[in-house]
Design a protein around this ligand. Structure first.
Ligand code: ATP
Length: 257
């Protein structure tokens, strides 16, 4: 175990430092891969540009994502190491609310890591976790990383898949399999963001609680109202709004210098 950092509560970047600590702890427990720490850095950089807050465009995408999950016949929530370390409780709450099973899906897959991620979800209240060990017996075609392993009861037979923090190759492979893909990604320019059907450009730390609230709020709506919400959402337009938000924010900041 590394030396734990004591973060003063009034430190200007306390929240962000605490998130980093959670990831470091996750890495020590084998939940987070070393590359997951680097991926978080890329996300942080975009969050800095966005202003570390949920934008109206991100909230619009979150509500469309909630509608898609509620309308799905077989929705599945894919969980990687960073998501399990940062928002395990919200993952479980979302899974219960939709309802949709949780499936472990790791780029750097090993038996130990699968079990560590499962354990983090079970500790947060999950009753069932798919995609562990022999259960991940199906394969995503044309994908060569360990991420191609999927559970036949989960992602393999899903119609809608939520992929928080996904890599572009796998998102494209899921699309080729005919899945409706919902991604959470702070980088509006990543291949994942550009390929998904709905991209929530927000930090997973803020997006997941918002998604749980949206699902709980929209649950009582009839299917035609949910369909209407989904039809009014256009991912390209939403990504464009996020880029315009960043551009305008940077212009404002530049003028204030
Ligand atoms: P792609 O393969 O889709 O083009 P990439 O190579 O950047 O993108 P990875 O490095 O596999 O993808 O995944 C990291 C992605 O996750 C980055 O796009 C980063 O912005 C995003 N990310 C990291 N941490 C968070 C977070 N806390 N919340 C939301 N997104 C995050």
């Amino acid at each position: 175990m590394g030396v734990r950092l004591k973060i003063p509560k009034n430190h200007v970047r306390a929240a962000s430092l605490m998130v980093r600590e959670r990831l470091i702890e996750g890495e020590e427990k084998n939940v987070v891969a070393k590359s997951g720490l680097i991926a978080h850095g890329r996300g942080e950089a975009f969050d800095y540009l966005i202003g570390e807050e949920t934008t109206p465009a991100a909230l619009f995408a979150t509500r469309a994502a909630a509608a898609a999950l509620l309308l799905a016949s077989r929705p599945v929530i894919s969980v990687n190491g960073n998501a399990a370390a940062l928002v395990p409780g919200e993952m479980v709450r979302l899974s219960d609310s939709v309802p949709a099973p949780l499936e472990v899906n790791l780029f750097y897959r090993s038996r130990d890591r699968e079990l560590a991620v499962k354990e983090a979800l079970v500790a947060a209240g999950a009753k069932q976790v798919l995609g562990v060990g022999r259960a991940a017996s199906a394969r995503i075609p044309e994908l060569f990383s360990e991420r191609r392993k999927v559970d036949p009861r989960g992602i393999h037979s899903a119609d809608v898949v939520l992929v928080p923090l996904e890599d572009g190759d796998r998102t494209m492979a899921l699309k080729r399999m005919g899945k409706f893909v919902i991604a959470i990604d702070l980088n509006p320019l990543s291949r994942t963001a550009q390929t998904a059907d709905i991209t929530i450009v927000d930090n997973i730390i803020r997006a997941l609680p918002n998604l749980v609230s949206a699902v709980n709020e929209l649950k009582c709506q009839d299917r035609s109202a949910l369909r209407g919400m989904l039809e009014s959402f256009v991912n390209r337009k939403n990504l464009s709004s996020m880029l315009i938000h960043i551009r305008n924010r940077l212009s404002r900041l530049a003028e204030e210098q």
